[in-house]
Design a protein around this ligand. Structure first.
Ligand SMILES: Nc1nc2c(ncn2[C@@H]2O[C@H](COP(=O)(O)OP(=O)(O)OP(=O)(O)O)[C@@H](O)[C@H]2O)c(=O)[nH]1
Ligand SMILES: [Mg+2]
Length: 406
């Protein structure tokens, strides 16, 4: 089997994940010399471009010194933490980026906690050392303290580190010693991230993401955990609740560069996209036809905010969008639930009103803006914090705010 490394890039918002992935893709020559692909290639939908943030995680794959590296770029904003959590299931190691000036931030802690709990090997990148007055050595120490505090095991605490500037396209073992490429980072990944071991046995693949194509329909994405997946294979689908349905795989694809390549079969450890499975959801397992053994379903963090979505009953009804009825809105919201796992839909007792629960205002506003652009017209209420009773005490979600002032 070819050498494979599966890594997820995790960090707090804006610490430079997507910029780093750009540089990796350029270094591994995914593009022709004369091809101008611009910056933040993976932030490819309109909302991501406009806001300059990553909203959904994405897979790319590069080849470096005979090793295939599957890279998952993740969103840094806390509202999309649910997304990060589940894609980490596909990785064997994480590249944790920390800003050399800001140091570890709340979301660094959150995503690192998930990675440590899943037993992934951390590799640390202290990024943005080009910033004035940054303190890479102190930041390195803080990352160590943070890992210790989060209960990392010894082999995790023994993490390798590189320093550099993703923006200026260099990484190095020492931040004072600027290089002219990012090879030290890739070498670190190749050396320290474990290669998936081939597991004999029947097929098992946890569906961690989904994609849609107007030609082939819904596409299941995940990592083959055991055995292999073959084109045309008959399979059982074990749902999150344990029920089993039968289905057949039409086609399998592996990730190659920015796109996908059709293959006959995929072995344990590689990340693949599967076409043809019927009625699947994220969190289901694709298993052997005769001996279906489901994998542990993915746990998702609970929503913290709710918002009331209603049809537009104002005098301006119908001026803006083309999908205006409660039926339209309901269908759209239900479709969103399929891929937006941290989202919930609640009953309101009225057919025109929908209570939508999300991870935060940004999470909900991205949904609203996406719906608006798709031509939906709706009215929304104020965001409400979800209050929960834990052991008889009323509790509300809290958020920490740090303000640095001169
Ligand atoms: N000075 C400096 N700026 C950087 C460096 N790397 C990235 N940036 C800038 O930081 C900003 C955020 O970069 P992104 O790559 O979008 O960060 P991200 O971590 O993907 O952000 P989210 O996906 O939204 O969490 C951009 O304006 C980059 O140009 C660096 O090494 N030095
Ligand atoms: Mg990004």
């Amino acid at each position: 089997m070819a050498n494979i490394k599966n890594i997820a890039i995790i960090a707090h918002v804006d610490h430079g994940k997507t910029t780093l992935v750009d540089k990796i893709m350029y270094h591994c020559q995914l593009f022709r010399e004369n091809e101008n692909t611009g910056d933040l290639i993976l932030d490819n939908n309109d909302l991501e471009r406009e806001r300059g943030i990553t909203i959904t995680s994405k897979n790319v794959s590069v080849v470096y010194k005979d090793t295939k590296i599957n890279i998952i770029d993740t969103p840094g904003h806390a509202d999309f933490g649910g997304e990060v959590e589940r894609v980490l299931n596909m990785a064997d190691g994480v590249v944790l980026l920390v800003d050399a000036f800001e140091g570890p931030m709340p979301q660094t802690r959150f995503v690192l906690q998930k990675a440590i709990d899943l037993g992934l090997k951390p590799c640390v990148v202290i990024n943005k050392v080009d910033k004035e007055n940054c303190t890479p050595d102190e930041v390195h120490e803080k990352v160590f303290d943070l890992m210790f505090e989060l209960g990392a095991e010894e082999w995790q605490l023994d993490f390798p580190t590189v320093y550099g500037s993703a923006k200026n396209n260099w990484m190095s073992d020492d931040w004072r010693n600027e290089t002219n490429n990012i090879e030290p980072l890739l070498d670190m990944v190749v050396e320290h991230v474990p290669t998936p071991v081939f597991k004999e046995g029947t097929t098992q693949m946890l569906i961690t993401s989904l994609d849609f194509s107007s030609f082939t329909g819904r596409i299941a994405i995940g990592r083959v955990q055991r055995g292999n997946i073959v084109e045309g294979q008959q399979i059982s689908l074990v749902k999150r609740d344990g029920t089993v349905t039968k289905s057949r795989i039409k086609e399998v694809f592996i990730f190659e560069g920015l796109g996908r390549k059709k293959v006959q079969s995929v072995q344990t450890g590689d990340i693949c996209a599967v076409v043809g499975v019927e009625g699947f959801e994220i969190g289901d397992t694709i298993c052997d036809l005769e001996n279906p053994e489901g994998l542990k379903a993915i746990a998702i963090d609970e929503p913290t905010m709710s918002m009331l979505f209603t049809i537009n009953d104002s005098p301006f009804f119908g001026k803006d969008g083309k999908f205006v009825t409660s039926r339209h809105i309901k269908d759209r919201l239900e479709r969103e639930l399929e891929k937006n796992l941290a989202l919930r839909l609640g009953e309101t007792g009225s057919a025109d009103k929908f209570m939508v629960f999300g991870r935060g205002v940004l999470h909900l506003s991205v949904l609203i803006e996406t719906m608006r652009r798709e031509g939906y017209e709706l009215q929304i209420g104020q965001p409400q914090v979800i209050i929960k009773e834990i052991d008889g005490v009323k509790c509300e979600p809290i958020e920490e705010l740090t303000i640095d002032l001169p």
